[in-house]
Design a protein around this ligand. Structure first.
Ligand code: SF4
Ligand code: SF4
Length: 79
């Protein structure tokens, strides 16, 4: 088990996240399909911001590279 994954995880900056701007045609988050672990989901449908199921985030950061608006950042927990 990789304990590192419990200390850092991806988080959405909802001030920067605008599905209508990153994907104006369909309004679907571009970072969600980039997550091979399927822990970013758009629960509320098109043109709504996604959520990260942080407990399951593996810290690979593929989502960060996939988001054109830099709306995903690395969050550190603990000391
Ligand atoms: S996280 Fe990034 S790619 Fe996903 S909806 Fe928000 S701005 Fe778009
Ligand atoms: S860091 Fe990796 S596992 Fe975590 S949400 Fe992003 S793409 Fe998914």
């Amino acid at each position: 088990m990789n304990m590192q994954s419990k200390k850092t995880f991806a988080s959405i900056d909802y001030e920067k996240c605008h599905p209508d701007q990153c994907n104006p045609d369909k309004g679907l988050c571009l970072a969600a399909p980039a997550c091979d672990h399927k822990v970013i989901k758009t629960l509320d449908g098109p043109f709504e911001s996604p959520v990260v199921f942080q407990d399951m985030c593996m810290g690979c950061w593929d989502c960060i590279e996939a988001c054109p608006l830099d709306a995903i950042f690395v969050k550190h927990v603990g000391s």
